[in-house]
Design a protein around this ligand. Structure first.
Ligand code: DMJ
Length: 626
C-alpha cells in the first residue's frame, strides 16, 4: 500500500505561543492539506507502477457534481497543469500542499483565540480563505450545528469517561499482571527508540540507529506520533510528555518529498487527532484555512484525479480517509474535508461492481476498475473497515456507509469466503472470478471488523456475522499455532495440501503486525470468551521470545524456524497497534469503550460524533450566554 507524490510540502515554524496547553490537533490540518494535495496525485504508487500499469497520458476524469469543463473553468490554473506531465508540475511544486505558518499570527487572531476558554478554542476562519471556500461555507449555511468546536461539549457528549473508572484496570490479578507485562514491553520499545532513534521514523534495534525511509514525504517522528495515545492510555506519562514536547518543538512540516497519503493520514493525522481528543491538549495550532491547497478543488464540489496520467488508484488508499477527514471538519467547522471524502464515497457507490465486489484498482483516467482483483487483505482491507466504522462513528446515522458495508459483505461472503477441507473458514482472493486460496496476515483484521458490525446487520444475520467473525479469528490463530515460533506468516494458503500455512519462502516473515491481535481484542470485547485473552498471551510470549532483542523489538524473517533471523526494524505500528490492542485485551472494557470510540486503521481512537447532543449543548450554551 504505497502511493503518491507530495511535492513540496512547505510549512514552518508554528505559532507556539499557546502557553498553557499543548497540542496535537491542528497541525493536523496541515497534514490534511497535504493529503488534499495527494488526493490529486493518488495513483502514482511506486509499487503499483512496478506491478501493473504503463503510463498513458490522458485527460483526467472529473467526478462530483460539476462537469470536467466546469471544474476547469473554475480552476483554470489547475486545468492547465493537468495537461502537463505530472512530473513537471510536481517538480515545480506548483501543485504542492502549502502549510502557512502561524508563527507570526495576524494581530488579534491568535491572541483572540488564546484568550477564549481553552475548551472552546476553534480555528479562526482565515483571512486567506478563498472565495470559493467562503461560498461553500455560506451555501452550507449556518444550519450546520455548532459552528465552533468545544472540547467541553465534546466531553459532555461521551457516554463514558474515556479511560474508564480506573484506567481500565482489570479485576483479577492474573490479567493485571499480563497487562503490566504489555506496558513493560511498550516502555522497552519506547525507551530504545528514544535512546537510539529519537526523531527518526522507526528504530533499527539491531544496529541501534534510526530509520527514516520515504513513506512520509520527509516527515519525521512516525514512532512518536504513533505512540502518543498508547503512552497516554498506559499511563506512561513521562514518556508521553517527552513525545508531546517533541511534537511541540521539533515536528517539522517543512519538508519536500514523496509521501504516502494513506500512511500520513492514518499515522500522523490519526495519531494527532486521537491525542487531542484524549487529552484536550493543544500543542501546535495551524489554521487550516490559511493553508493553500495548491489546486485541490477548494470549493469541494468537484474533485478530479488531477495529474494522474498513469497508474491506478488503490481502493484501500482513497477509501481510508473518511474517519480522519470527518473529524477535521468537526474540529475546524470547515465542510471541505467532509465534502472530499463524500465525493469519493459517491463515486464508489455509483460505479458498477462486478458481482457486487470492489476491485482493488480504479483507473483515474477512465473511471473504471482496472483488473478485477479483489482482496480483503492488502490493497482493499481498510476500505471495508472504514465503511462500517464510518457508520459507527456517525452515531449510526450514516446510512449510506451502512448500506455499502453490508452489501459489500454479502458479496464477499458469496464470492470470497471459503472453508478448508478441515473446516477452517478463510477469505480467499478473487481475480476476475478465479479464486486464489491465499489469505494475508493483513486480512486477519476482518474477524474484528465483521464482529463489530454484527449487531447492526439484518436481524436474521447478526448471529451469523458474529460466528463468521469468530471463525475467521480462529483461522488466523491457527496460522500462528501452526508455526514453530507461534507467530503468523505474512500470507498463508489453503491449496496444494496447505491449510493456514505459508508455502512460499517469501511469505514466511512476520513484521510485528497487529491484525490477528486486533481481532482477538474485538472478539474479547464482544464475547468475553477467555480463549481470546489466552491467544493474546500466546502472542506476547512469542513476541518476547523471538522478536525482543537487546535494544527493542524486531520483525523476523521466517516464522517456521526457531533460529530466527531478525529484520532489524521496529515498526511504528507495533507501538501504535500491536501493543495497544494487547493492552486493551487485558484491560476492562471501560478503557476506550466501543460505544464512544472507533479505532482508525492504525488503532488511533476517534470519538463517535453525536451531532444532536453537540447541537443541544451548543444551544444551551448560547441560551446561557444570552
Ligand atoms: C498498519 O499501518 C495499518 O494497520 C494498516 O491498515 C495496515 N498495515 C499496518 C499494520 O500491519
Amino acid at each position: 500500500m504505497v502511493f503518491r507524490k507530495l511535492p513540496g510540502v512547505s510549512a514552518s515554524g508554528m505559532g507556539l505561543r499557546l502557553s498553557q496547553k499543548f497540542v496535537f490537533l491542528l497541525f493536523l490540518s496541515g497534514l490534511v492539506t497535504l493529503c488534499f494535495g495527494a488526493l490529486f496525485f493518488l495513483p502514482d504508487s511506486v509499487r503499483l507502477k512496478r506491478i501493473f500499469l504503463s503510463k498513458t497520458e490522458t485527460q483526467p476524469v472529473t467526478v462530483g457534481s460539476g462537469s470536467e469543463n466546469d471544474a476547469r473553468e473554475a480552476h483554470p490554473k489547475r486545468a492547465k497543469e493537468q495537461e502537463r506531465p505530472r512530473a513537471v508540475a510536481s517538480a515545480k511544486g506548483e501543485t504542492s500542499t502549502k502549510l502557512k505558518s502561524l508563527s507570526r499570527p495576524p494581530a488579534g487572531s491568535h491572541e483572540a483565540t488564546a484568550a477564549r476558554a481553552p475548551e472552546d478554542r476553534t480555528l479562526p476562519r482565515s483571512r486567506t480563505e478563498s472565495a470559493s471556500q467562503r461560498a461553500t461555507s455560506a451555501a452550507r449555511g449556518a444550519a450546520a450545528a455548532p459552528d465552533t468546536f468545544s472540547y467541553r461539549r465534546f466531553k459532555g457528549c461521551l457516554l463514558k469517561p474515556p479511560l474508564g473508572s480506573d484506567s481500565g484496570k482489570p479485576g483479577d490479578p492474573a490479567t493485571t499482571e499480563r497487562r503490566e507485562k504489555v506496558k513493560e514491553m511498550m516502555k522497552f520499545a519506547w525507551d530504545n527508540y528514544k535512546l537510539y532513534a529519537w526523531g527518526k521514523n522507526e528504530l533499527r534495534p539491531l544496529t541501534r540507529n534510526g530509520h527514516v525511509g520515504n513513506m512520509f514525504g520527509g516527515l519525521r517522528g512516525a514512532s512518536i506520533i504513533d505512540s502518543l495515545d498508547t503512552l497516554y492510555i498506559m499511563g506512561l506519562m513521562d514518556e508521553y510528555n517527552d513525545a508531546k514536547e517533541w511534537v511541540k518543538s521539533s515536528l517539522d512540516l517543512n519538508s519536500n518529498g514523496e509521501a504516502s497519503l494513506f500512511e500520513v493520514n492514518i499515522r500522523y493525522v490519526g495519531g494527532l487527532l486521537s491525542a487531542y481528543y484524549l487529552t484536550g491538549e493543544e500543542v501546535r495550532l495551524i489554521d487550516p484555512n490559511s493553508l493553500s491547497d495548491g489546486g485541490a478543488a477548494p470549493d469541494g464540489t468537484s474533485w478530479s484525479w488531477g495529474w494522474a496520467s498513469a497508474g491506478s488508484s488503490i481502493l484501500a488508499e482513497f477509501g481510508t480517509l473518511h474517519l480522519e477527514f470527518i473529524h477535521l471538519t468537526e474540529l475546524s467547522s470547515n465542510p471541505i474535508y467532509t465534502e472530499k471524502v463524500m465525493n469519493i464515497r459517491k463515486v464508489l457507490n455509483k460505479i458498477e461492481k462486478p458481482h457486487g465486489l470492489y476491485p482493488n484498482f480504479l483507473s483515474p483516467v477512465s473511471g473504471n476498475w482496472v483488473q478485477h482483483h479483489v482482496s480483503i487483505g492488502g490493497l482493499g482491507d481498510s476500505f471495508y473497515e472504514y465503511l462500517i466504522k464510518s457508520y459507527l462513528m456517525s452515531d449510526k446515522t450514516d446510512d449510506d456507509a451502512k448500506m455499502m458495508y453490508y452489501s459489500a459483505l454479502e458479496a464477499i461472503e458469496a464470492n470470497l469466503v471459503q472453508k478448508s477441507p478441515s473446516g477452517l473458514t478463510y477469505m480467499a482472493e478473487w481475480r476476475g472470478g478465479i479464486l486464489d486460496h491465499k489469505m494475508g496476515h493483513l486480512a486477519c483484521f476482518s474477524g474484528g471488523m465483521i464482529g463489530i458490525g454484527a449487531d447492526d446487520g439484518a436481524p436474521d444475520k447478526r448471529q451469523h456475522y458474529l460466528d463468521l467473525a469468530a471463525e475467521i479469528t480462529h483461522t488466523c490463530h491457527e496460522s500462528y499455532t501452526r508455526s514453530a515460533t507461534k507467530l503468523g506468516p505474512e500470507a498463508f494458503r489453503f491449496d496444494a495440501g496447505a491449510e493456514a500455512t505459508a508455502t512460499r519462502l517469501s511469505d514466511r516473515y512476520y513484521i510485528l503486525r497487529p491484525e490477528v491481535i486486533e481481532s482477538y481484542m474485538y472478539m474479547w470485547r464482544l464475547t468475553h470468551d477467555p480463549k481470546y485473552r489466552e491467544w493474546g498471551w500466546e502472542a506476547v510470549e512469542a513476541l518476547e521470545e523471538h522478536c525482543r532483542v537487546e535494544s527493542g523489538f524486531s520483525g523476523i524473517r521466517d516464522v517456521y524456524t526457531m533460529t530466527v533471523g531478525h529484520d532489524n526494524m521496529q515498526q511504528s505500528f507495533f507501538l501504535s497497534e500491536t501493543l495497544k490492542y494487547l493492552y486493551l485485551l487485558f484491560s476492562d472494557d471501560d478503557l476506550l469503550p466501543l460505544e464512544d470510540w472507533v479505532f482508525n486503521t492504525e488503532a488511533h481512537p476517534l470519538p463517535v460524533v453525536r451531532k444532536s447532543c453537540l447541537q443541544d449543548e451548543a444551544t444551551q450554551d448560547k441560551t446561557l450566554a444570552e
